[in-house]
Write a protein that binds this ligand. Structure first.
Ligand code: GZL
Ligand code: ZN
Length: 363
């Protein structure tokens, strides 16, 4: 904010005879926390002539670099690990002033949160988009305000000229990894598959669904019986699984697009007396490979778990450090991931779980 303010005031003072001056950070509304009603910031009334500001030191000189982070929400264990990683990385002792907003899975709140960061004149915006669509306008506003935007975790359906860089996992790869492992594991057996999808319109949902279906198409004796959104939550997973159990009797595979949905699905199957896992009737495939998800995989309850590493803040910080140094940055940074399978299963597509593997995990 300091660096941006210096630039803005110098510019404004240069032309202040022509136009009313812009905001100073002091009177820009801070981004409201997600739980409060977020009003679109009122158009700033043209201010009087700004008094010359005191000299503002550049960021290099120890001033904090301000980062606005519009986070998806708090829907899953993965999200909690991702949030903690950003808060630990963009700390004051590391030289940052982090404005963190939990957008509670609400796209409109997230749009207004980004607008709030623009008003606040942060130095950088990190955006983990709840949904891929609907970002062009506000990304253009950020660009017009000269604020670099990093698209993190999930993707936006917008021209890449509208943001500085994007980073995250390859969700299509993750879906294909799950499908390739299933084909290897079934070894020609039929599959009647139920899918509990993630949040509607999220790139994680779209990518995993596309990737898995790429493999379904190659297996003529596989059938996806149904596919419903569990919104990446445990409650959602349980609710969808309960409705599936009412409608379908002959399924032998349940694909949950994150661990929390898998926990809900297991609760529903337990209640219905349906067995799952390496010794059960139903194969559960999950995504995220969080600690608890891998514990269930180690226990043989989840048969395959495809990782999507939530510890991504370091990649975002690397980009910001390069931008601060005036260097160019790549348009895309891939966060690598891998698949894990229950003990006793050997696979060319996945690591076999053991206590040692679980103990070696960072989240
Ligand atoms: C994946 C991330 C997804 C996780 C879910 O990168 O966007 O969102 O898979 C989380 O757990 O809700
Ligand atoms: Zn909430």
């Amino acid at each position: 904010m300091k660096k941006k303010l210096a630039l803005l005031l110098v510019t404004v003072m240069a032309v202040s005879s022509l136009v009313a001056c812009g905001n100073t950070a002091a009177d820009a509304p801070a981004a409201a926390p997600a739980e409060e009603e977020t009003e679109a910031p009122a158009e700033e009334a043209p201010a009087e002539e700004e008094a010359p500001a005191e000299e503002v030191a550049p960021a290099e000189d120890g001033a904090l670099i301000s980062v606005g982070f519009a986070q998806v929400g708090h829907e899953s264990d993965w999200r909690a690990a991702n949030t903690k990683n950003y808060q630990d990385t963009f700390s004051a002792e590391n030289g940052y002033e982090l404005s963190f907003v939990d957008c509670d899975n609400d796209h409109n709140v997230q749009i207004e949160t980004v607008r709030g960061f623009i008003q606040q004149e942060v130095d950088y915006i990190c955006l983990a988009p709840i949904q891929s669509a609907g970002w062009d306008t506000v990304l253009q506003e950020a660009q017009d305000a000269g604020i670099p935007v990093l698209i993190v975790d999930r993707a936006v359906d917008a021209a890449d000229t509208l943001y500085t860089t994007a980073l995250g996992c390859d969700m299509v790869f993750e879906g294909e990894a799950a499908g390739n492992w299933l084909a290897e594991y079934l070894n020609g057996e039929d599959a009647n598959i139920l899918v509990i999808e993630g949040s509607v319109g999220a790139s994680a949902t779209l990518g995993r669904t596309e990737g898995f279906n790429n493999i379904v198409e190659k297996n003529s004796n596989w059938k996806v019986l149904d596919s419903q959104s569990g919104d990446f939550t445990q409650a959602g997973g349980q609710e969808v699984m309960e409705s599936f159990i009412k409608s379908y009797k002959d399924f032998n595979v349940v694909v949950c697009q994150n661990d929390n949905e898998a926990y809900g699905a297991m609760d529903a199957m337990d209640a219905a007396g349906i067995t799952y896992g390496v010794d059960g009737d139903v194969i559960i495939i999950s995504f995220d490979a969080t600690h608890d998800g891998l514990q269930y995989t180690l226990d043989g309850k989840i048969t395959c778990n495809v990782e999507c590493n939530p510890l991504q803040a370091g990649f975002a910080e690397e980009v910001i450090k390069k931008l601060e140094a005036g260097e160019t940055v790549d348009k895309w940074t891939l966060v690598e991931d891998q698949a894990f399978v229950a003990p006793g299963i050997e696979s060319q597509y996945a690591v076999t779980m053991s206590q040692e593997v679980l103990d070696g995990r960072a989240y």
